[in-house]
Design a protein around this ligand. Structure first.
Ligand SMILES: [Cu+2]
Length: 133
């Protein structure tokens, strides 16, 4: 009788462990899938002049999108950056990320055809273009 009770308890504990394990895995999985895959990286050290010489301040510095397509930038540098449409000191009003924290992203959906030049409000040498066709 006692043996049977012990066996029931052990199997109940095992079932609970298995249940908790599967629940945890169920919670972990969706978090591991990124919401949006970044298209353009702001790499480490883009805040220092020089990246413009080989065109990697935004990487890639030129990207193509379809009408209605969304481009996502990720800031992989250790400081703030912006993705601002137009030319330095000449914001054209189309999009502006504001300060993007390190590790954070910014997305913009392009609804019209054209070449969209952009820059970083904090680092005048940082420039890129989105070509929408
Ligand atoms: Cu910047």
């Amino acid at each position: 009788m006692k043996k049977k009770l012990v066996a029931v308890c052990v199997s109940a504990v095992l079932a609970l462990v298995a249940f908790l394990g599967s629940t945890q895995a169920g919670i972990m999985e969706p978090a591991a899938i990124p919401v949006e895959k970044p298209n353009v990286v702001i790499p480490m050290s883009a805040s220092r002049p020089g990246c413009e010489e080989a065109n990697w301040c935004y990487s890639p510095s030129e990207i193509t999108a379809s009408v209605g397509g969304t481009i996502t930038w990720i800031n992989e540098d250790s400081g703030f950056h912006t993705v601002t449409s137009g030319y330095y000191d000449n914001f054209d009003g189309t999009f502006d990320s504001g300060h993007i924290d390190p590790g954070k992203t910014f997305s913009h959906t392009f609804e019209e055809l054209g070449d969209f030049h952009y820059y970083c409000n904090l680092h005048p040498w940082m420039e890129g273009t989105v070509i929408v066709k």
